[in-house]
Design a protein around this ligand. Structure first.
Ligand code: NIG
Length: 391
């Protein structure tokens, strides 16, 4: 047994209210003892171990759990973004541009692009990441994207139902049939989750129900893009199907909020997408006050949210969605873990993975108080500084 201690932590966010002060379970002048990548105990500063990493009085928080990303893609949509900032509206159809570029990329190119984004996310403090397919949209390319994704995470999501691809114009039901049969069979060995984009211009409720039901029958967990661009049936469908998460939740009715509050489905907010598409922000206050579980994720993708900065999402959630700073930190850590049905990440309590972020700041408050400033001093995965673990 070779133990490591992360010592001299000025302020430790354990993420477990039973371990310390307040909802985030805060400890001061603390140390984390780690064995084999797992937290074995939380001690006072100065604890003994075989190896020592000195936090120098910094604040340490659980690594961010990013439960919604689309990291496997090629191409650039900067021009589309610029046009939007000049007044153009966002439409789901922009996904096609990325499908063309992704299909044209070689395996090596696509793997290198994904690795670069994963490294960027590690530098931003993201220690657990979900990665979706969805820019292949035929059986060969969806399987290829999932194979690449699965070399970076176990939380891979089959999103064949992202958009009706070229060749299926006017035949959306035929495409849904393909997704539910051959494409699902090819995706299944590489995926943990199945997802669909329930939105005008993408797939309707019946089509999404068919896709998620087929995925569940094949043993995948379900999640759903819901209520992103306007009100719709997505959130209530996600609840009906027992999805782990309903993602976006930008346009919610009272009935949607009641449905979330009476369910185990996590409402995952993606405020960077709302920022980049000039959408309103979700009414997080009402959702939380109603008793629903919530998560925050980056939604890193080339169309609506080309960012790996969870700190930016946290700042938006507090400033624009009226979440408290404690709520936003919890949503980006244990909330994300809940959206992925994971109990081994998102907290720094004994038995959890020693995944953590050391902040160049005395408190996690600075993530919001100092917006846009690079405060991530180090990211540790399993107690090891992460940049050596990028692949
Ligand atoms: O989550 N909503 C669907 N998918 C992405 C957008 C994809 C794109 O425009 O390329 C999202 O925002």
């Amino acid at each position: 047994m070779m133990t490591t201690v992360v010592d001299h932590i000025g302020l430790l966010v354990t993420g477990d209210a039973s371990l310390g002060e307040g909802p985030l379970g805060l400890l001061r002048n603390a140390a984390i003892v780690i064995d084999d990548g797992i937290v074995i105990s939380l001690e006072r500063a100065g604890a003994a171990a075989d190896q020592r990493i000195d936090a120098g009085g910094r604040c340490v928080i659980p690594g961010f759990v990013d439960s919604h990303t689309h990291l496997v893609f090629a191409g650039d949509r900067g021009d589309e973004f610029a046009a939007r900032m000049a007044g153009a509206a966002y439409a789901a159809g922009g996904i096609r541009t990325t499908v063309d570029a992704t299909r044209a990329a070689t395996d090596d190119q696509l793997t290198a692009l994904t690795a670069g984004r994963r490294e960027e996310a590690l530098r931003a403090g993201i220690t657990t990441v979900e990665i979706k397919s969805g820019y292949g949209l035929d059986t060969y390319h969806e399987e290829r994207c999932l194979e690449i994704a699965s070399s970076f995470t176990t939380d891979t999501t089959f999103l064949g139902a992202h958009l009706v691809p070229p060749g299926f114009e006017g035949r959306a039901d035929d495409y849904v049939h393909l997704v539910c049969t051959d494409m699902l069979a090819a995706a299944r060995p590489h995926a943990r989750w199945i997802d669909a984009f329930c939105e005008t211009g993408a797939f309707d409720a019946d089509q999404c129900r068919a896709v998620l039901t087929a995925g569940k029958a094949a043993g995948l967990g379900a999640r759903l893009h819901a209520n992103q661009l306007g009100p719709g049936p997505g959130v209530q469908l996600a609840v009906e199907l027992g999805c782990a998460s309903a993602d976006h939740c930008t346009h919610l009715t009272g009935a949607d909020i009641d449905a979330l509050a009476g369910s185990d489905t996590v409402a995952t907010f993606l405020p960077a997408a709302d920022f980049c598409t000039r959408q309103p922000y979700p009414d997080a206050r009402r959702v939380i006050d109603a008793g629903a579980s919530v998560a925050l994720a980056t939604n890193c993708n080339p169309g609506t949210s080309y960012t790996t900065s969870m700190s930016f999402c946290i700042a938006l959630a507090v400033r624009e969605m009226h979440m408290t700073i404690d709520e936003a930190i919890a949503a980006a850590t244990s909330g994300g873990a809940g959206a992925l049905r994971r109990t081994d990440v998102g907290r720094l309590s004994p038995g959890c993975r020693a995944d953590m972020v050391m902040l160049d700041a005395p408190s996690y408050t600075h993530l919001v108080y100092r917006p846009g400033v690079p405060l991530i001093a180090a990211t540790l995965v399993g107690g090891v500084p992460a940049m050596t673990l990028a692949r």
